[in-house]
Design a protein around this ligand. Sequence first.
Ligand code: ASP
Length: 320
Amino acid sequence: MHASSGSVLVVHGGAYDIPLESHEAHVAGCRDGVEAGWAVLTSGGSALAAVEAAVRVLEENPTFDAGRGSFLNAAAQVELDAIIMDGRDLNVGAVAAVQHVAHPVTLARLLLTESEHAMLAGAGAELFAREHGLPICAPEELLTGRELERWKAAHATGKPQAWEPWGSQPHPSDTVGAVALDAAGNLAAATSTGGTFNKHPGRVGDSPLVGCGAYADNRTAAVSATGEGEALMKVVISKLVCDFIAQGMNAQEAGEAAIQILAERTPGEGGVIVLDRRGQIGIAHNTPYIAHAYVTSSGEIVTGIQAPASNRNQRSDDGL
Ligand code: ASP
């Protein structure tokens, strides 16, 4: 794999209590995602194209709660949210509660480039996909047996009680995201999710909300978040990280400071991946785990399920 001068890419595959037996699949999936995005960067592609490519691979992987394999809502349907943001001009494309699109991140990018709107939801988002020739899929194509079983087990004793997004039980959270810096010095971020298990139909979490599920600004950083959407959106976590960077913090400090605010001001848990304009990486979380992978400008791939101290304050080796 050839190094691409100054380029850096980071992906995540969710945070929270990722069950031990699926750690390997999460790490391998993150590696696949990062490899796909890196191939774009090393062939001269933009940060925007790289985060889309990385997230598409993660959406295809049924390990994650994004695209195929997503959690089911209370009506046993897959409803997907995604966002993509370009740090050059703050342009954003986001889609919410779409049911028939296998790659919502691509629909979000199409919205970014082909529409004056920043966000479309539900049937309108799917109409936009049709109008622009994006494949429409049957709901079954996004459904896995594992998720159907999870839903059936939860509903076996009658209607589950009022929706309890995270509750007291260990809860998988497998949203995916990517942040990239390209050789031209441009940043981009993308996040894609099936949302929380057993969510009310129509529920939209933090992921497609600008500044919450992701943010990218060439002046500061690119950030993708995962975790308890209802909490993450209250502190506008991805923009919060960028604001801390604007104040002079490094990528890791800014991620940790934002997670600290999340913990202080909400009962929520979550994680962020951060990539600043100099190529410095931060990975912060108050969940037990955050599955991630990154490539530095030397082409080295690093994967993990936690962000140990040794992963902190990583700098790209581009000498900036
Ligand atoms: N943040 C996502 C949501 O609340 C869930 C996740 O990150 O896994 O929809």
